[in-house]
Ligand binder design. Structure first.
Ligand code: SF4
Length: 84
């Protein structure tokens, strides 16, 4: 099952394969500087309360297969975050 969450400014989506991959869950929890991802027993959980703290660093985009993690800028016409 995919993982996703929306704040006022930012939406984050993780596709189903990645969201249930224990290695991905561990890496996402480690890389995000503002703790938007939690490792929930080997599954990715989005921490809704932290979504709008996203600093657009792009570190999460390197986890899992290309495109598995998407950061959507709700404040900017739903544009996808690309690597800075
Ligand atoms: S872009 Fe950076 S701050 Fe935003 S969710 Fe990804 S790792 Fe976290």
């Amino acid at each position: 099952m995919a993982a996703s969450g929306s704040g006022m400014f930012i939406r984050v989506e993780v596709d189903g394969t990645a969201a249930s991959d224990a290695a991905v869950a561990k890496q996402l929890a480690a890389v995000c500087p503002v703790d938007i991802f939690a490792d929930d027993g080997g599954r990715v959980r989005i921490v809704d309360d932290n979504l709008d703290e996203c600093i657009l660093c792009g570190l999460c985009l390197d986890v899992g297969l290309a495109g598995a993690v998407r950061v959507i800028k709700r404040y900017d016409g739903d544009k996808l975050l690309r690597h800075p």
